[in-house]
Design a protein around this ligand. Structure first.
Ligand code: PLP
Length: 346
C-alpha cells in the first residue's frame, strides 16, 4: 500500500549514540581555551618546536614548587608507566601492585619476565601498605594508584609515606596520580620535593579531557627520571603541549570540573545505594558497583540499552566499573540500570 511505501521511504530513526562510560575519560573534552590553543598552533605544527616541552615543564615546576629538572614530559602516563616497569623490574626484581588496580605496570613487567605480587585492597578500598612492603624483599618496584582505578578509593598520605620509608632496599615507589585532580587526597609531590626514592605520575587524559591528545608527566629526582629516559626520547605532539599549557594556565578549570564530577558521582552512587547496589567510596571519576550477579553479563545488558560501562576485575566478578559522565549521560545510565535490574539480567 501507499502507506507502507511511504514508511519504507523514510529512513529508520537514528539510534541515539551510545553513552560511553567505559574508559574513565572526561566527557567535556579539552577546555575551550585548550581547544583554542590547539587551533592556534596547528598551522605551525610542521615544526618540532622542541622548546615547548621545556616551557610546559617549567610551568608545572613553578606551579608545584619543584625544580624543573624534576619534571619529565611524556605523551600520556602509559608511556612512563611502561618505562618504569622496564627500568625497575626484571626476572629477579618483582613488582608489587594492589588488586584490583590499573594493570599496565603489572602487565608490562610480567611480559618481560618479572614476578608480580598482587596485594588485595583493604575493605575500605585503601592500599594494604604493610602487606605491600612485606610482599617481597627483592621487589624492584612498588605501584600505588591514588585514587585507585577501578575503585576511585584513596589511600592516606601517611600510609603512602610509611610505604616509602619501609619499602625494600633498592626498590622504587611509583605513585600514579592520574585521578588526583578529582580527589581531596593530598599528592605525594611533597615527598618528591624532599628527595625521596619515588616517581609520581600525572596525566592530562582525565580531568583535563585530553586522552586522545596524549600528555603526561613523570615527577621525581633527576637520577630516577634518567632511568626512564634511558629507553629513548620521542618528540611530543605540539597540539598536546599547547593544550596542556593552556590548561595549566586556567586556574579555575580543576576546581570547576572537580566539583561537577563529585556532584554527579555522589548523586549516582546514592541512587544505586538506595536500590541496594553498593559502591566503595570514590574520589575519582569512576566507581565500582556491586551488581549482585555476573558483572560481565550485567555490562553486556547495559550495552544493549545503549550504555557502555567498564569491566569487572577477576578478584571481583560481581562488580563493574562505571565512569562518571555528564548529568544527562548519568540519567541515561540510571534508566538503563533500572531496566537491566528489573529484567533480572544477572
Ligand atoms: N594510570 C591510570 C590509573 C589510568 O587509569 C590510566 C588510564 O586509564 C592511565 C594511567 C593511562 O592513561 P594515559 O596514558 O592516557 O595518561
Amino acid at each position: 500500500s501507499a502507506g507502507t511505501a511511504a514508511a519504507a521511504a523514510r529512513p529508520a530513526p537514528a539510534p541515539a549514540a551510545p553513552v560511553m562510560l567505559n574508559f574513565n575519560e572526561c566527557p567535556l573534552g579539552p577546555s575551550p581555551a585548550a581547544q583554542e590553543a590547539v587551533r592556534a598552533i596547528l598551522p605551525s605544527s610542521g615544526r618540532y618546536q622542541f622548546g615547548l616541552r621545556g616551557e610546559l615543564a617549567a610551568e608545572f615546576a613553578a606551579q608545584n614548587a619543584l625544580p624543573v629538572d624534576h619534571v619529565a614530559v611524556h605523551a600520556g602516563s602509559s608511556d612512563p608507566l611502561d618505562r618504569a616497569a622496564l627500568a625497575f623490574t626484571s626476572p629477579r626484581r618483582a613488582v608489587v601492585v594492589p588488586d584490583p588496580t590499573f594493570d599496565a605496570v603489572a602487565d608490562t613487567a610480567a611480559a618481560h619476565g618479572a614476578p608480580v605480587h598482587r596485594i588485595p585492597l583493604r575493605a575500605d578500598g585503601s592500599h594494604d601498605v604493610r602487606a605491600m612492603a612485606a610482599a617481597d624483599p627483592q621487589a624492584g618496584l612498588l605501584y600505588v594508584c591514588n585514587p585507585n582505578n577501578p575503585t576511585g578509593s584513596v589511600t592516606a598520605h601517611g600510609d603512602i609515606a610509611w610505604l616509602l620509608a619501609n619499602k625494600p632496599a633498592g626498590s622504587v615507589l611509583l605513585v600514579d596520580e592520574a585521578y588526583i585532580h578529582y580527589a581531596d587526597a593530598p599528592s605525594m609531590l611533597d615527598q618528591v620535593r624532599a628527595g625521596g626514592e619515588l616517581v609520581v605520575l600525572r596525566t592530562f587524559s582525565k580531568l583535563y579531557g585530553m586522552a586522545g591528545l596524549r600528555l603526561g608527566l613523570a615527577l621525581g629526582r633527576p637520577d630516577l627520571l634518567a632511568r626512564l629516559a634511558a629507553f629513548g626520547s620521542n618528540p611530543l605532539p605540539v597540539t598536546a603541549l599547547a593544550a596542556g599549557l593552556a590548561s595549566l594556565r586556567e586556574p579555575a578549570l580543576v576546581p570547576a570540573r572537580k566539583r561537577e564530577n563529585a556532584a554527579v558521582r555522589d548523586e549516582t552512587i546514592a541512587w544505586l545505594a538506595a536500590r541496594g547496589y553498593p559502591c566503595l567510596p570514590s574520589q575519582a571519576n569512576c566507581f565500582m558497583v556491586d551488581v549482585r550477579g555476573d558483572g560481565a553479563a550485567f555490562a553486556r545488558a547495559l550495552a544493549a540499552e545503549g550504555v557502555v560501562v567498564g569491566r569487572s576485575w577477576p578478584v571481583w566478578p560481581q562488580r563493574v566499573r562505571v565512569t562518571v559522565g555528564t548529568r544527562e549521560e548519568m540519567a541515561r545510565f540510571r534508566d538503563a540500570f533500572a531496566q537491566v535490574a528489573a529484567a533480572g539480567a544477572t
